[in-house]
Design a protein around this ligand. Structure first.
Ligand code: HEC
Ligand code: HEC
Length: 285
């Protein structure tokens, strides 16, 4: 019986070490991050610091298309509607500091309330005063029409890779996946003051909780940062984080499976050893 008690104590100690110490260490070493996440209640997919949508106004996709052709396609391409990018990547990035993203799927990637605020005042919504997307002086009806149009052309089942390259790929590369941003690093450095980090192993370096909160409100976690708030909706955020996890550690699933197998095997062996020992000692007692 003594051995069994020792075993139980060992198991409890290991479990405390596994589930107790790591989060404790995290909360001590990353205190300011934990505090910022708590203070701003991140991730905040309600975008509660932004103005509410004008719910009484209904957008019309057809009118939205005309408005987009009038105001947006001098900078943005829309592949889904056969509108090519107006400039090659090099000229576009030299003109704006970054290649303006294709608008085909932005209506599905971004939160509607964020998009409304972004089209009203890009610098305010992104919390990035230097943003090179201009404020175009659109009224609420025009904005709701544009949003209705962007939603109507967006793909419904975007996967994690597409979501990541379309929402982040104008700035971030993923070298291990052979994805290189179209904006040259030197140009990005001039525009943002910094070359955005490569995504290949960012999930391992920063962890899920941090990435989700950072993308949701960069200024809360890294005051003064030159990454604009992107305004992703919750679904897109989940897809992107899952994809970043998969590429940072492609063998994780297999390893977890093997790990469980090894633990089960050891458990069976411990049981057998115990029974065998009991049998051997039975006659001696
Ligand atoms: C003068 C060029 C220009 C015009 C005109 C323009 N944009 Fe942009 N837009 C940009 C640039 C540059 C960016 C990327 C800025 C960045 O990420 O720092 C951008 C980014 C965006 C984004 C991505 C926002 C995000 O959070 O990821 C959307 C959506 C967008 N524009 C929509 C529009 C729409 C809709 C119009 C027309 C009403 C428009 N843009 C007009 C240059 C322009
Ligand atoms: C307009 C360019 C731009 C876009 C678009 C962009 N980022 Fe960034 N990102 C940056 C810059 C610049 C930095 C470096 C910030 C710093 O160190 O201040 C950065 C840093 C980061 C970091 C590291 C933060 C840290 O603490 O070091 C993460 C994580 C990140 N970005 C995620 C994303 C994700 C996910 C997307 C897409 C949803 C995205 N970014 C889109 C420019 C961008």
């Amino acid at each position: 019986m003594k051995e069994l008690k020792i075993l139980i104590v060992m198991v409890i100690l290991v479990l405390i070490g596994y589930w107790g110490i790591e989060p404790l260490a995290h909360s001590i070493m990353h205190k300011h991050i934990e505090e910022a996440i708590h203070k701003h209640n991140l991730p905040d997919f309600e975008y509660s610091d932004l103005e509410p949508l004008p719910h009484s106004i209904k957008g019309d996709p057809q009118r939205g298309k005309e408005t987009v052709q009038m105001f947006c396609t001098s900078c943005h391409g829309i592949k889904a509607d056969n509108i090519p990018a107006p400039m090659d990547a090099k000229s576009a990035s030299e003109a704006y500091g970054v290649v303006p993203p294709d608008l085909s799927n932005q209506g599905a990637l971004l939160d509607e309330k964020f998009l409304y605020n972004f089209l009203k005042d890009p610098a305010k919504a992104t919390e990035f005063p230097k943003i090179s997307m201009p404020s175009l002086g659109l009224d609420d009806q025009q904005i709701m029409d544009i949003i209705a149009y962007m939603k109507s052309i967006a793909k419904k089942d975007i996967d994690g890779k597409e979501a990541t390259t379309e929402a982040c790929g104008r700035c971030h590369s993923i070298k291990y996946q052979n994805f290189h941003t179209e904006t040259p690093p030197g140009v990005l450095k001039t525009y943002l003051g910094k070359v955005p980090p490569d995504f290949s192993v960012i999930h391992r370096a920063k962890g899920e909780e941090y990435i989700v909160a950072f993308v949701n409100k960069p200024q809360a976690l890294l005051p003064g940062t030159s990454m604009p708030r992107i305004g992703l909706n919750e679904e897109t955020t989940e897809k992107i984080v899952k994809y970043l996890d998969e590429i940072a550690d492609p063998n994780k699933e297999a390893r977890t499976k093997i790990g469980i197998g090894v633990l089960l095997y050891m458990l069976v062996m411990v049981g057998l050893t115990y029974l065998w020992k009991k049998k051997m000692w039975k006659n001696i007692h």
